[in-house]
Design a protein around this ligand. Structure first.
Ligand code: FE
Length: 372
């Protein structure tokens, strides 16, 4: 810092601090106190300049995240201020705050939401050799030369859950099978417009083409046991109870139920089995939880450092295990007995950015076929 900048900052600090305390100081004490304040500000100036913070807007809320953030602060001295909200709440907040937003890093779940936020201009590109070498290209946004706008830090698969006593695995081995007339009255799903389904459907439309993709959505809708409702866990429970025989769920809801100490959850999991769909063709649809640097990040360097930290081996394990997911960095294994029991599978390699780009088209198809 140059001497003139330091002097200006000290004067500013004295003025601000004095103003804050003016109401409490008697006139007699004020002049003496200003001298003391100037000294205090001079001492405080280097510390203030050095204090590093990071404002994190997170849609992830897991116990292990505390250790994840604590380790970052220990390693870097950068304090994390966290704002927790759901994905929609974070996006709405960023938009309303505009260029005055204090957000540095944004953590969201699902590629469709990350893609939407990128389109809405809420992120900025990051060029980082660490992130480029650690995060596979298919799991970060397209790099147009200036860097990627978001990076996936954990992976989940969208699996098929079926009732073992009602169906055979071979009857539900593919996403396509969910539209087979043989499954009429047997399928249940959450809302077609939920980002988890929108992303899967967007990948199906990419693989099948628009015409066959829309016909597939119509077929799935025609097979419903009931109107779409609830979350993924509700679909698993509906399959176990016999309300329907087959459903879609993100893998971590399955793993969570498998690891649950609740006897009802364990009993439900006894009745169902899991398929990683489309192993003979393009592979199972996978999605990500990911992070980005906010467009107007006041602490950009700290933000990039945090994303690089999340790509490290230890952070990858914490991040993945917090929600029973898989790390995105190749070679990092999260010891998770439920995921190990599910086994390995072939993942669809379709870039998540393609999935994001298809979602508007898919929403129109859902409206046309009446899939709410
Ligand atoms: Fe979820």
């Amino acid at each position: 810092m140059s001497p003139s900048v330091a002097a200006a900052r000290t004067a500013h600090c004295v003025a601000q601090t004095a103003a804050r305390f003016t109401t409490r100081l008697t006139t007699g004490l004020r002049s003496a106190s200003l001298g003391a304040l100037a000294a205090a500000c001079l001492l405080a100036a280097p510390a203030q300049a050095q204090e590093q913070v990071l404002n994190l807007y997170s849609a992830r809320h897991y116990q292990t995240d505390e250790a994840l953030y604590g380790d970052f602060t220990k390693a870097t001295g950068i304090r994390i201020n966290r704002v927790d909200a759901d994905d929609a709440g974070i996006l709405a907040r960023l938009k309303s705050e505009g260029s005055a937003s204090p957000a540095d890093v944004i953590l969201l779940v699902d590629a469709a939401r990350l893609w939407r936020a990128e389109q809405d201009g809420l992120f900025q590109p990051v060029k980082s050799a660490t992130l480029e070498s650690r995060i596979p290209a298919a799991l970060r946004s397209k790099d147009d030369g200036s860097g990627s706008q978001w990076f996936g830090f954990s992976k989940r698969a969208r699996v098929i859950v079926y009732n073992k006593s009602a169906l055979a695995k071979t009857e539900v081995a593919t996403y396509e099978s969910l539209a087979d007339p043989k499954l009429k009255g047997k399928v249940c799903t959450r809302s077609g417009s939920h980002p988890y389904n929108l992303s899967l459907f967007a990948s199906m439309v990419e693989h099948l083409g628009a015409e066959k993709g829309e016909a597939w959505l119509q077929g799935v809708k025609n097979n419903m046991a009931r109107d779409p409702k609830g979350g993924d866990t509700d679909q698993i429970k509906a399959v176990a109870s016999g309300e329907c025989q087959v459903a879609l769920s993100n893998s971590y809801y399955v793993a969570r139920m498998m690891r649950s100490s609740n006897p009802d959850d364990r009993a439900a999991m006894e009745k169902v089995a899991i398929v990683f769909p489309d192993q003979q063709s393009y592979g199972t649809h996978t999605n990500i939880a990911g992070g980005a640097v906010a467009k107007h990040a006041p602490h950009r360097a700290a933000a990039v450092r945090f994303l690089e930290y999340l790509a490290g081996d230890d952070a990858q394990r914490y991040f993945a295990n917090g929600n029973n997911e898989w790390p995105t960095v190749a070679g990092v294994k999260a010891a998770n007995p439920a995921l190990e029991a599910l086994g390995s599978f072939k993942a669809d390699e379709l870039p998540v950015s393609v999935i994001g780009a298809n979602q508007g088209k898919v929403q129109q198809m859902l409206d046309r076929v009446g899939y709410k």
